[in-house]
Each structure stands twice: as C-alpha cells, then as structure tokens.
Design a protein around this ligand. Structure first.
Ligand SMILES: *Cc1c(COP(=O)(O)O)cnc(C)c1O
Length: 932
C-alpha cells in the first residue's frame, strides 16, 4: 500500500505517529480509532475507490480529461463572458498560496491584506453602480438577486404585498433560482414586461440592465413609477457595461446586484465568481453577506474588519436574514485586482472595444439584410430570423457557440477575448464576408456621465512592477497556511496540494461556458461522474448533486429535498426542523429559508444531544416533524454513541435526518453516515476535500442523499421550477478538479489513513494542552474526534484574560487563532488535521503552554491585570520603534519563544475596535483626510 503522495499529504512521519501514540497511551492507530468511533457505526473501509495515483499520473489524467472538453468560440453570454486574466494576477494571487490558503478574515489583525483588497472590491462596485454601499461578495448573480428580494421584503415592511415582479427580459437562470427561493417563503413571482407596468401589487421589482437579450434600456421612468407605488427596485447590472452606460443609481434604483466574473475571472463552466449587492445608505444595516468596514486599532490607526451583521449572522441563528457563510473572497480579490491593474481608463477602453466589436458585427449583419431585435446594446445583439435554429446548428458545426433565445431569435455576445478573426468566422456562418467598422451605437442619453475609480488605489498600480509589489505587500500582512498551521475547529484547514490546484488553470477546465452543449463537455462529465461515485462511496449515499456552491447552499438544497419528499407522500404539512443547541448558525438559518420552523433540542453536560429532550420534542411535534439537522461527529468534537438511536427516533416519527457533513474529515474510510441512518448531507469540499478556503471562499457544498431523496435533488437552472439552487448545473465546477485530484491522489487507503491521523493528531494536541487547559468534551472512552474544545472560562474567572486575548496573543506567536467561541462561548476549538507535522503541532503546543504561563503571571500578580502582553496583544513592529512604555520587555512582547527568532510575523495593526467601527460605519476606500 505504498503511496508516494500519502507521505506528502500526511504531516507526521511514522516515527512521529509512534511517539504521538505513546503520549496518548495507545498502542496502535487502530486502537485510537476503536476507542474514538462507536462500535455500532464502525464499518471499516468499504469504499469502492481505487488506490492512490502518483502526482505525475494524477496530473496526466486531469490533463487528459481537460483535453476531452472542447473549447469552442463562445458568443453565448447570458451572464458569462470570456476574459483575459492579467498574468501578474494569475501568478501572484490565483496561483499563490499566500492568498488562496488564507481563512475568512474573522481575526482582522492578521487579515489586513485581504480585507484591504475586499474594501477595494466594495469601492469598485460602489463606483461602478453609483450606489452608496456594497458588500464584499455573494455566491452568484441569481442568488444575489434572491438575497436582494429577501432584503427588499424586510426593507419594505409598509408594503403588504407578497408579490415580487420580475421583468421578462431577465436571464432564465435568475428566474429559476428566484422560484426556488421564493416558494418556501410564500412569495409569489410575477414575470411581466417592466415597461408600462403599473406596479400595482408587488413589494419589489427586479430588472436587468442590459436585458437578457442584450438590450440597453433607460429604466428611469419605470423605476420612478415603481417608487410612486411604494415598490422597491432591484437592478441586475453588468459591471463592464457600467463603465459606459447609465448607472442603476442614476436611474433611481434601490439595490444593484450582479456578477464580477468578467473582470478577469475565467468562466470555469459556471464558477466560482464573486457576485455583489450594493444599495443606498438608508439600507446599509440590511445588507446580506460580508461587509468590510474601516475602524481603528487601539492606537487610533485605521484598520479594517468585517462589520455589523456580517459577524452577527451566525449568532442570530433562526433570526438570521441569510444563511451565507463561505462566500467568494478569492474571486472578489481577483476582480478587484483586475480593476486596480486597469484603472478607470483601462476598463473604459476594454468596454469600448467590446462595444465597438459588437457594433461592427451588428452593422455587418444589418448590411447583409438581417434584422436586429435590439436597437440599443452594449455587447450582446439579438437578431430576428426564421432560420434561427439552422444558423445555430451551422455555427456549432463551425466550432462556434451562439445562444438560441427562441425559435426566431439568436443572441450573440462579444467579450474582451473576442478576436477579429473570430468575428469574421462568425460572419461566415451568416454568409457575410466583410466586417464593417463602427464607432459604437449607444445613444447620448444612455451614456454614463459620472466619474468612477477615482481613488488613488485605482491609478497607482498600472505598471507590472508596482502591481506585483502591491500584491506582495498585502500578502505579507496576512497569515495563511504558507506561514503556519491554522488549527480552526470545524474548518479543516488541511494541505491544499499544488498538484490538486494545478488543473484549475488548464484552459480545458477554466474556459468552458456553463451553458455550452454537452458534446463539448465530455471531460467534465467524466470527472463529475467519477467524483459523484467517490463521494457516494465515501458517505454511503446513493446519489450526489454537485450543484450547491457552499455548505450553506447544500443545507438549503437538502432541506428542500426533504420537503419535496414529504410533499410527494401527502405530508406537505411537516415543517418542524429540530436542531440541537450546539448547531452551526447556518443550520437554523437554512431551515428558515426552506420555510421550516426551528425547534431547539438541548445538549447534556457531556455535550451530547439530550435524548430525553429529543424524545419530548419529537413527541410534541410528531405530526409535523419534518427533519432533524445534526452534525456528526458533533460540533463538540465527539462521536456521540447514540447517533443510531437518534436517527431511529426521527425515522419512527416520520422525520428525515439531515446530517451536517462539515466534520466528514473524521469519518472518511472509517464510517459512513448513509449507513448509520442519515438521509442527506452536504459535504464541504473546501474542508475535507482540499479546496483551499481562499480567504473566505470559494467552496463547494455538494449533497449526498439516500435513494428515496434522489429524485428531489436540484435540477437544471435553465429549466423552470427545477429546484435549482445555483446558476450553473455543477455550481463552481472549475474547482471540482481539486477535490477529484485529492481523491485520485490519496485513494481508498490514503483517505482512510488521513482520517486516522487526523484523529490521532487531535488527541495528541488535546492531551498535551489538557495539562494547561481543560478539554471541555470527550467521548465515553476519553477520546476526542478530529478536533477538541479547550475551556478558557475557568482561567478567565481567575485572571480576567479572555479567549479573545489568547486569540490575539497567538498572533504575536505567529499563529492564527483556533475557532473562537463556537460552539460554546468562552472556548477555543482546535483542529490540527492530518497534514500538520508533529513539529508544527509541538510549536503550537509550546505557544499555548507559554500563553498559559503568561496567564499564570497575571493570576500571581507578577504582571498587571490590564497592562500585560495578553491584554495588549497583538504587538506591531512599529511599536518597537517608539519609546517602550509597557511594564514588560520588548522581548517578552515580541519574542516570547525561541522559534520566533528564525521566523517572526508582525501583525500590521494593533487590536481593532469593533464597536467604534460599527458606530461609525465606513465601508469604502479611505484617504488620510477621510480618516481624520
Ligand atoms: C462550515 C460549516 C458550515 C457551513 O458551510 P459553508 O460551506 O461555509 O457554507 C455548516 N456547518 C458546520 C458545522 C460547519 O463547520
């Protein structure tokens, strides 16, 4: 069972594992597993998955599959466009672990680099849309439309209507996703033409600019009329078009949404891409998704962090207004970098070229007698022709993808990457031989009059040298996996191997349009089939949908499947969702979105689900029981012995078991949820299956189901009423090769070994730390699963030092904090994963032990209660330069342990004041004058 890659993936060596086993008093790895996983669910490795490949063979196979996808010339458009990613961005961000292995910026002091880039993204969207405030990414354009719909419902309380109007000139995928999201909330969708609509009975209206057929319209008078009727307006906008045409703000809209894909991000057969939502100042406290704001650190220097509900979303649980957790940070960073590198003039030039290419094409077709359906357009023209289908087929023969809008209309979309040769080829299909030059056709009253991207960040970095250094400067401000271990419990920050990452840059995977004909996507289809099979084998489920593009979306899709199943059996009234108090915030938030009622089940002293309370709640709600959402192993980091019984109780009472699969890294090759009683789960591919966290996204959250739920999995987003949850059939398809490669490289045995080592390492860390910090929960044989929770509350009681002080102090030691106060307030949850070496874990243990000694000094009165290195953490390099006023030494502050001498990280700011930032909400780029 030798596997070359396995030794690269697993951090500890064989000797290290032996030594760890010694310290946890176990003889073998098997013994650890047997003591940790309940016997009743320990099935052994039953996965029908091949043994691992070498890195060379895996790459070769991926390259072969990419080669089986056909790269046609795309004129499909419909929200996805060919792009040219500047090489400086590809090399320094997309292919740079300093950016892609970072975590979500909850610990703001060590995340200033990516926070600055996200602030740039917000500023860019604010400028382009003309709105006052923008969030820092949503999952895709249709879900952004859905979030906007929900936000408008909340913002427009006065309007009692339950109807949401959608302009008929809107992308099909947007309409489908809105259907999926509106139905459980009891919102009725009305699809009509916006022009001359009387807006008589609806709370909000969505329109698209340009329309799905490419038409550029001045929506001002429609929006004004909506406003007169007390109706809020949402405009879905194209970011590139906005550099030339009137903004939604100029037209009077309340909310602007869209996708930033065409700012240098490849189509990737559907994603990932960063969507956005921008709005007027008066709605700023209702914005869904992450919002980056400028606050200050304790010295009064500007410092960024996530603001408002962005931090509250999970805490608010069933009161949460959105279930978004993992979003699209890396993609927002890429789009912002594109905007920065090109600047206002550069973007305008790109947009003008796209427009004149489209105008030339239109002029040439018109001269040949073709009739245009769109008078005003930016990049997409629609022609009326009885020969639409024939021309569509002819084009395909010539390797050209067009969009067949209906029997008599064809659409053609131009993008940044379209060449003159491609245009001439295309004209050939229409038997036109000459490309007529055009200067553009947009009428004066549709042209944008306002300036944008005037902040200096958008003009300072246009040379490659300056850009490269700016990106490096930001990268240096952050801690990512290329600096030190990130032991975030529940997040599984394992190795994202370069060989797994490599395939995403292959054009055969990155350049496909999500709506390309199936004949062109055979390589992808093979990869999906393979991945679906492996995920079924890993989980014991019968079918998998690769559509949900985050765990939260998987939860939503899974709950919809459960509801549809009940409905099919005449049980549509079943709407109670039981959720243990320890659940992740997305669970209750998703249940609410799925139209369910949340009933909380208590946990007992040992952290397990309180079976008596469960029985009582089940009995009380038996008639209406829809599901339980349970995380396994639990968010408390233990394998509950009663899991089978829990599943039985639910099933006996007519309910379904949704098992949150975020902790799958503790189960692969050891047990299978599909076999011990679960009906459906999401699988966070960005946790267990090696997709990097990207600083807070992208991720993927496919769901696995037992056979009886298979027919209720999400369908095609281009088909109405299909229960689709993402804009593309396979969600963020272009990152699936990462997880596919992970499985190919590790294989059947390697995946099992990874689970085992993850459990051994977690127990090693738990036992080592237990000497300083109590371990909150353990299984019945004293073991933890793949993570452990240390309780800070007793120490805090004695010393006044909180879990947050420890988190900030760890920064001085060069570490990212473990998960703070989830699932229990006043604790830290630590998950080492199988990829961390014993040496690195020991460094972490040394840091934590040293911090414990520091706390002891506070308790003993050797250090001041308030003025000590813990309360004052983190310490910056800049502080060293001035007069040293602290009652402890510089060495104690900055180099508390020896190993830092060789590898010291300096946080760029001191501790950040969150309250100040929320009170003085400031969410755009700052100038020094601004901040003063
Ligand atoms: C990460 C996580 C989720 C949410 O997944 P996302 O991919 O971030 O949406 C849900 N439940 C648990 C227990 C998690 O750890």
């Amino acid at each position: 069972m030798s596997n070359e890659f396995l030794d690269r993936h697993i951090g500890p060596s064989a000797e290290d594992i032996t030594s760890m086993l010694n310290s946890i008093n176990c003889k073998t790895v098997d013994e650890v597993v047997v003591k940790t996983v309940p016997e009743s669910i320990l099935f052994g490795n039953r996965m029908d998955v091949d043994e691992g490949l070498t890195e060379r063979d895996s790459l070769e196979l991926a390259t072969k599959l990419a080669g089986e996808n056909i790269l046609a010339t795309n004129f499909i458009g419909q929200g996805y466009y060919g792009t040219l990613m500047p090489s400086v961005i590809q090399r320094n961000i997309l292919e740079n672990p300093g950016w892609y292995t970072a975590y979500t910026p909850y610990q703001a002091e060590i995340s200033q680099g990516r926070l600055e880039m996200l602030l740039n993204f917000q500023q860019m969207i604010i400028d382009l849309t003309g709105m006052d405030i923008s969030n820092a990414s949503l999952l895709d354009e249709p879900t952004a439309c859905a979030e906007a719909m929900m936000m408008a419902k909340r913002a427009n309380r006065k309007n009692k209507s339950n109807r949401f109007l959608i302009d008929s000139n809107t992308n099909a995928q947007t309409i489908t996703i809105l259907q999926t999201r509106a139905k459980p909330l009891g919102i009725e969708l009305v699809i009509e033409e916006i022009q001359n609509n009387d807006f008589s009975d609806c709370f909000a209206a969505l329109m698209q600019s340009p329309g799905t057929n490419g038409e550029v319209r001045d929506l001002s008078s429609d929006i004004a009329k909506a406003k007169d009727n007390g109706v809020l307006t949402i405009v879905a906008c194209d970011v590139l078009a906005l550099t030339l045409i009137k903004t939604p703000a100029e037209m009077g809209a309340d909310i602007a949404v869209g996708n930033s894909q065409r700012f240098g991000v490849p189509m990737g057969f559907g994603g990932p891409h960063a969507a956005y939502l921008a709005t007027r100042d008066e709605f700023k406290r209702m914005v869904p998704g992450r919002l980056i704001g400028v606050s200050q650190d304790v010295l009064g220097n500007p410092a960024m962090r996530m603001s408002l509900q962005t931090r509250e979303q999970h805490i608010r649980r069933d009161k949460a207004t959105s279930n978004i957790c993992t979003a699209q940070v890396l993609l927002a960073v890429l789009a912002a970098a594109y905007g920065i590198y090109h600047g206002a003039a550069g973007l305008k030039k790109i947009a003008s070229k796209v427009h004149t290419k489209a105008a030339s094409l239109a002029a040439s077709l018109k001269a040949a007698g073709f009739e245009l359906a769109t008078e005003q357009f930016f990049d997409t023209i629609t022609i009326n022709t009885d020969a639409a289908s024939a021309l569509f087929a002819q084009a395909q023969q010539a390797g050209i993808n067009l969009r067949l809008l209906n029997d008599t209309q064809l659409s053609i979309a131009i993008d940044e990457a379209t060449t003159k040769a491609e245009l001439l080829n295309l004209l050939g299909v229409f038997s036109v031989s000459e490309l007529i030059d055009s200067e553009g056709i947009l009428s004066e009253n549709m042209m944008r009059q306002t300036e944008y991207l005037t902040h200096s960040v958008f003009s300072d970095y246009h040379s490659e040298t300056e850009m490269m250094r700016y990106l490096k400067r930001l990268e240096n401000k952050d801690i990512a996996l290329n600096h030190s271990m990130i032991a975030l419990g529940s997040c599984t920050m394992k190795l994202n191997a370069a060989t797994q990452m490599y395939p995403i840059s292959l054009p055969g995977f990155s350049k496909l349009h999500p709506y390309a004909p199936t004949e062109q996507t055979k390589g992808y289809q093979q990869l999906f089939k393979d991945l679906e099979h492996s995920l079924c084998e890993v989980t014991g489920y019968d079918a998998v949908s690769l559509q949900p593009n985050a765990g939260s979306q998987g939860e939503f899709a899974g709950l919809l499947a459960i509801h549809a199943y009940h409905d099919s059996r005449g049980d549509a009234h079943r709407n109670i969702c039981l959720i243990p108090s320890s659940a992740h915030g997305t669970n209750p938030a998703s249940a609410i979105m799925a139209g369910m009622k949340v009933v909380i089940v208590k946990c007992d002293e040992a952290g397990n689900i309180d079976i008596n309370d469960l029985k009582a709640k089940v009995e009380k709600h038996a008639d209406n029981l829809s599901a339980i959402m349970v995380t396994y192993p639990s968010t408390h980091g233990v394998f509950e012995v009663e899991i089978k019984q829990i599943c039985d109780i639910i099933h006996t009472n007519g309910g379904q078991v949704y098992l949150d699969g975020a902790n799958l890294n503790a189960m692969v090759g050891v047990t299978r949820m599909g076999e011990f009683g679960a009906d459906v789960s999401h699988i966070n591919l960005h946790k267990t299956f090696a997709i990097p966290h990207g600083g807070g996204g992208p991720g993927m959250g496919p769901i696995g189901v037992k056979a009886h739920l298979a027919e209720f999995l999400p369908g095609d987003p281009l088909e109405k009423d299909s229960n689709a949850v993402s804009a593309a059939m396979y969600g963020s398809a272009s990152i699936l090769p990462i997880s596919w490669s992970y499985i190919k490289l590790l294989g059947k045995y390697g995946m099992q070994r990874s689970t085992e080592v993850a459990i051994v390492s977690a127990n090693y860390i738990a036992d080592a730390l237990a000497q300083s910090f109590p371990i909150l929960y353990r299984g019945d044989q004293g073991m933890v699963a793949h993570e452990c929770i240390i309780d800070i509350r007793p120490l805090k009681e004695q010393s006044g030092i909180s879990e947050e002080d420890i988190a900030k102090r760890l920064m001085d030691y060069g570490f990212h904090s473990p998960t703070m106060s989830f699932p229990v307030a006043g604790t830290l949850m630590i998950e080492p994963t199988e990829s961390e070496s014993k040496r690195e874990m020991d460094r972490f243990i040394t840091a934590m032990t040293s911090i414990h000694d520091e706390i002891q000094k506070v308790i003993d009165g050797r250090w001041d209660k308030d003025n000590n290195p813990l309360k004052n953490a983190p310490h910056t390099a800049y502080e060293m330069s001035g007069e040293w006023t602290y009652p402890y030494t510089r060495q104690e502050a900055l180099y508390p342990v020896e190993s830092l001498v060789a590898n010291k990280y300096f946080p760029p700011v001191k501790r950040i004041d969150n309250v100040y930032g929320d009170r003085n909400l400031f969410c755009s780029c700052i100038t020094t004058e601004d901040f003063a």
